[in-house]
Design a protein around this ligand. Structure first.
Ligand SMILES: [Zn+2]
Length: 243
């Protein structure tokens, strides 16, 4: 209540003195820009990109006009689940597969060194190479699942791709080359099947529309009417899925 009143008072002052209430954490000017862009980074800082000669006054006016949007974005960043901590491959640690979590159990002797059967069992001798063993396991599963889903959706949507490559990309779950090759990160296989399907459909649609135009999104919507749910899920939780 009190802070709200204070905010209102400051806001009134801001309008009066033509000063924005929002703090600009970084202002980046460039010759090539034509418009002003407001960006909220991972830490919730406000970054403004502006053309070289735009006046400070004009920038501050825009920031003031967009203050509700800026505050909403900053709140979103603060309430997002923290990025997953790097794994240490200890007993009881949790690992994702197809959107579900499974605890890790270390075993004295095991061949192959990693098995999923209700829990993830990892050979004690493979612990030091845990990251490599897990990523290879994910890579194999990802190849199987994505190959099957891409064939399924391509047939259904009457699209043709050349080949599928499994990458280690951390943030890009999928991409599509101009030659018609599809790339998917093995990290994708940690997410639920519906999300995998969305990423596959998304990349398949790039075969026809190599950009994110309205035409592209219309094609995705026609191919997968509930794609927005999965896209939002990926945006909200995608970063939790790391090793
Ligand atoms: Zn895309």
């Amino acid at each position: 209540m009190c802070s709200n009143l204070l905010y209102k008072a400051f806001h009134a002052m801001g309008v009066m003195y033509n000063k924005p209430i929002m703090q600009i954490d970084q202002l980046i000017r460039s010759q090539r820009r034509k418009t002003i862009a407001l960006i909220i980074d991972q830490e919730g800082r406000l970054i403004v990109r502006a053309p070289a000669h735009t006046s400070r006054r004009k920038i501050e006016k825009l920031v003031d006009e967009k203050s509700a949007w800026i505050q909403r974005k900053q709140r979103e960043v603060k309430t997002r689940p923290p990025a997953a901590r790097p794994k240490i491959f200890h007993n009881g640690e949790y690992f994702y597969y197809l959107g579900r979590v499974y605890p890790l159990v270390l075993s004295k002797r095991l061949k192959p060194p990693l098995i999923l059967n209700g829990t993830f069992s990892l050979a004690e001798s493979a612990c030091e190479d845990g990251r490599k063993v897990f990523s290879e396991w994910y890579r194999e599963r990802c190849r199987e699942i994505v190959t099957e889903r891409a064939a399924f959706h391509a047939r259904r949507l009457n699209l043709r791709y050349r080949r599928i490559r499994i990458t280690s990309a951390r943030t890009r779950r999928g991409s599509c080359s101009l030659k018609g090759n599809l790339n998917f990160s093995w990290r994708l296989v940690m997410t639920p099947r519906e999300v995998i399907d969305y990423v596959v459909v998304h990349e398949l649609c790039h075969l026809k529309e190599p950009n994110h135009s309205t035409k592209f999104w219309a094609r995705v919507a026609a191919a997968m009417p509930d794609y927005r749910t999965h896209r939002k899920w990926l945006k909200d939780y995608g970063q939790k899925f790391s090793l």
